[in-house]
Design a protein around this ligand. Sequence first.
Ligand SMILES: NC(=O)c1ccc[n+]([C@@H]2O[C@H](COP(=O)([O-])OP(=O)(O)OC[C@H]3O[C@@H](n4cnc5c(N)ncnc54)[C@H](OP(=O)(O)O)[C@@H]3O)[C@@H](O)[C@H]2O)c1
Length: 185
Amino acid sequence: MWMCGYGLSNSTVGIIGLGRIGLAIAQRLKPFGVKKFLYTGRQPRPERAAVVNAEYVPCEKLTEDSDFVIVSCSLTPETEGLCNKDFFQRMKKTSVFINISRGTAVNQEDLYQALVSGQIAAAGLDVTAPEPLPKTHPLLSLKNCVILPHIGSATFSTRNTMSVLAVNNLLRGLAGQEMPSELKL
Ligand SMILES: NC(=O)c1ccc[n+]([C@@H]2O[C@H](COP(=O)([O-])OP(=O)(O)OC[C@H]3O[C@@H](n4cnc5c(N)ncnc54)[C@H](OP(=O)(O)O)[C@@H]3O)[C@@H](O)[C@H]2O)c1
């Protein structure tokens, strides 16, 4: 059984934050035979949920029932440190934790303990706090934790699209015109 892991076929996948990225992830996972999608957020999002037939549940139920827990929510005062000891204790010992949102949504010491103690099976992190993690960070010593250097958007095509968007935003803003992606503060 060396190098074996858990598959998506017949699994329950829980998505924290069914926004643009959360839904895009669900759509890509669906063909792998996911049995059920759960999601949570500040409120139900029926139109998005309908695309993958996802069920809205409280965060507690999502963590208890999911085989894969995926964090794709915005970082806000409510979500900072959301994935802590209590959160991991609710997860199944066979479950996998994924974070693609922002590093500080996770209490990394609690995650480390959950992975070392076998409270959860494994973790995959595209984001950490800080970035990059120091080479001596305990999470980097674990066999059941895969860490990427925040490369979720790292394709030539996506980075070019992001650059064009930023430039157009700037030019329109300087010209006093409506911006294509205005950040409303
Ligand atoms: N790894 C990467 O390379 C990468 C690239 C781009 C973005 N990101 C990160 O990915 C995240 C999502 O981006 P996006 O573009 O999908 O944003 P988005 O479309 O605005 O979606 C954000 C989601 O967060 C949810 N949310 C907000 N507060 C929440 C709470 N308290 N509990 C649970 N869910 C909550 C929202 O759900 P409701 O509105 O229904 O509450 C919404 O579904 C962001 O943190 C972003 O920084 C990472």
